[in-house]
Ligand binder design. Sequence first.
Ligand code: NAD
Ligand code: TYD
Length: 366
Amino acid sequence: MEKRNILITGGAGFIGSHVVRLFVHKYPNYNIYNLDKLTYAGNLANLKDIETKPNYHFIKEDICNFESILNIFKTCNIDGVIHLAAESHVDRSIKDPFTFASTNVLGTLSLLQAAKNTWQNFEDKLFYHISTDEVYGALKMDNPTGGDEPGGGPYGGEFFTENTKYDPHSPYSASKASSDHFVRAFYDTYGLPTVISNCSNNYGPYQFPEKLIPLFINNIRHGKPLPVYGKGENVRDWLFVEDHARAIDIIFHKGKKGETYNIGGFNEWKNIDLIKQLIKTTDELLGNPLHHSDSLIQYVTDRQGHDLRYAIDSNKLKRELGWQPSLQFEQGLKITVQWYLDNQDWLDNVVSGQYLDYYRDMYGNR
Ligand code: NAD
Ligand code: TYD
């Protein structure tokens, strides 16, 4: 099997940890360099099970630190990049947009420039940038009440395709859109071999409990309120994180340079329907009576600039590279809830911030 040196940025985060785990197991001949700054969202406990594997290497670094990044490209002889490191939470971006511009835009630029400066030729090299469907803005719904069955796109209206015009609304999506533009500019201007994928909302194990699904599971567990923004009518298209990691593997190895691939579950849920399903599943697994936690729902002030609907058309990826989601949502949700209930120590450590102290002692202050 071919030997490669792959730099995965943001590997201590939610999606990154699944990608690192998949690559470390599946490609023993690849050296996997997980480069992560370990912000509040980075937690090396996410990778405990693979940290001693001989092909896994951790580097604590900030992607914005260009000189260090350049040095890492040279000394580790990096020939492929899967770039996931980012500030990723919309609510934080509304409070502190500067950090998002810095990491998501300048950090991406620093990686692109390091790749361009280091790679003598572009043969067998790839810079793969992981992006989001949020760059496309918000979709309307032809049928806002939905069908009888939530999930599967009952709301009608268009889907995001690879040709949808960029129209980001939050500081988070604006920073991701800007980074996508830089990636395309490096392909067009310098011929840097790049590929981009834009994925819908992910869920699954190891997601930081500031995002809807793990936050609500934790709150149900503790009988705490579930803050539903606005009327809970916004629609998201949910994909199990391991299906995303599998798509990333396929695109990294088979994707066409210069192309964009949309990744999504064809699995649209109105927030309030999803929350009810989540309550039902969590109550069931906790052994509570049906509807036990319904009263925890609290409608709160809506998020500023809250995008109404995201829905991805991932037919190109299916048609050209043969990928499709493997899990039904109800099944994925059950696996996810069970994982958080089985891993309460992980959840408690993250919520209390204990993991920060632990890794700060080990790797120094961030
Ligand atoms: P996350 O917030 O869980 O993890 C981000 C990781 O990046 C953390 O480990 C953090 O320490 C690291 N990081 C942040 N700033 C850094 C810096 N300056 N230098 C080095 N490392 C840094 O994010 P996630 O949800 O796993 O998302 C990963 C990527 O996938 C992001 O680029 C995000 O935009 C994209 N994405 C996420 C979703 C989703 O639903 N979570 C959907 C589509 C696309
Ligand atoms: P989130 O998980 O933050 O992902 P994103 O904003 O990237 O889609 O939120 C998912 C949806 O859930 C979004 O429409 C906002 C909503 N939401 C709530 O209603 N309450 C909450 O406490 C959170 C975190 C999100």
